[in-house]
Design a protein around this ligand. Structure first.
Ligand code: TYM
Length: 330
């Protein structure tokens, strides 16, 4: 049994990318490992959310974690800011992270390109906080999507530097994990890139989304003018539609449209209609569960209090040992 940590930023509702990139594995891993799954509310502060929206987003992620099948008896489910030991470890780990490597991080470069008006220090040290989330429980396995791979590499650099500096073999190296398969990148509906909540309206499908809105988004997804010769390579936009289909549709549905594409008789309108129906069938039971849980405030508070306590217990043990290694008096 290994220790597993993963989290999701509370910047909105969970989407299909979060589900297939990370959460699907959370559900599977909680059966076999010692799992810590949290809501990264401190990471969400980099975008300066309003307090009211912020509270609601945290609650949404708690609800959606439970709705998809995370079990508070099997895994430790908590809110990052309920575990102050993470913040202290983050402060300490900042001493072992170099500004140069943080500036070279792809997600930081992306963020400053997209939001030149808000290049705060929290964005720069984002990977240090993420590493602290993981190593506070001395985790080795981190179920995440492809976009987090570089952050894991940085986490390994920080722990190796720490171990080397103090001549200890204390922190294990954490690795991104997907049951031996490649890490997943779920595409969005805009014809390029990945599905994400910050990639523009219409690009992501949410677990709590209503059917009419899913249909509308998928029918508007970017496509192309259609193949003109047999077995023509697919454009990125069309490949993306097939990739989304591979997540929620039956194998015979996928091969039907593959054949239509290869024979140049495909009608993208039909393919999108089918994809929309399969997406709705996939999300409908989750949406129902999400709605039910939202009204159960008492249960949600109990889950969070229970998880926070278990997480603090594990975190304070690590922090105490780290303080000893560093050489603090107490
Ligand atoms: P976040 O909140 O952006 O995304 C949460 C998880 O969902 C995955 N994901 C995707 N996977 C595949 N295709 C997509 N289109 C897609 N979009 C999102 C992400 O890879 C991620 O696994 N930094 C993290 C949160 C975090 C964390 C941690 C994760 C903070 N501390 C410690 C693991 C361990 C983030 O912003 O993920």
């Amino acid at each position: 049994m290994e220790t597993v940590v993963s989290g999701i930023r509370s910047t909105g509702n969970l989407h299909i990318g979060n589900y297939f990139g990370a959460i699907k594995n959370f559900i599977r891993m909680q059966e076999e490992h010692n799992c810590f799954f949290f809501i990264a509310d401190m990471h969400a502060l980099t975008t300066h959310p309003k307090s009211e929206d912020f509270k609601q987003s945290v609650k949404n992620v708690v609800v959606e974690y439970l709705a998809v099948g995370l079990d508070p008896e099997k895994s430790t489910i908590y809110i990052q800011s309920d575990v102050p030991q993470i913040s202290e470890l983050y402060l300490l780990m900042n001493m072992y992270a170099y500004v140069g490597e943080l500036e070279r991080c792809t997600s930081f470069k992306d963020k400053i390109r997209k939001h030149p008006d808000n290049i705060n220090a929290g964005l720069l040290t984002y990977p240090v906080l993420m590493a602290s989330d993981i190593i506070i429980h001395k985790a080795t396995k981190v179920p995440v999507g492809k976009d987090q791979e570089q952050h894991l590499e940085m986490a390994r650099n920080f722990v190796n530097r720490f171990n080397h500096l103090y001549n200890v073999d204390y922190f294990p190296e954490p690795y991104a994990f997907n049951f031996g398969e490649n890490l997943v990148k779920v595409p969005g509906l805009d014809g390029s890139g990945k599905m994400g909540k910050s990639e523009g309206e219409g690009n992501a499908i949410f677990l709590s989304e209503d059917p009419a809105s899913i249909r509308k988004k998928i029918m508007r997804a970017v496509s192309d003018s259609g193949p003109t010769e047999a077995n023509q390579p697919k454009t990125e936009a069309i490949q993306n539609l097939f990739t989304l289909m591979s997540l929620v549709s039956k194998p015979e549905t996928i091969s039907f449209f593959e054949n239509e594409y290869n024979g140049c008789s495909i009608r993208y309108g039909d393919m999108k209609k089918q994809l929309a129906e399969d997406m709705i069938a996939f999300t409908a039971p989750l949406k129902d569960e999400i709605e039910k849980l939202h009204s159960n405030e008492k249960y949600l508070n109990e889950v969070i209090a229970y998880g926070g306590e278990k997480a603090r217990e594990s975190a304070s043990k690590t922090l105490k040992e780290v303080r000893e290694i560093i050489g603090f008096m107490h």
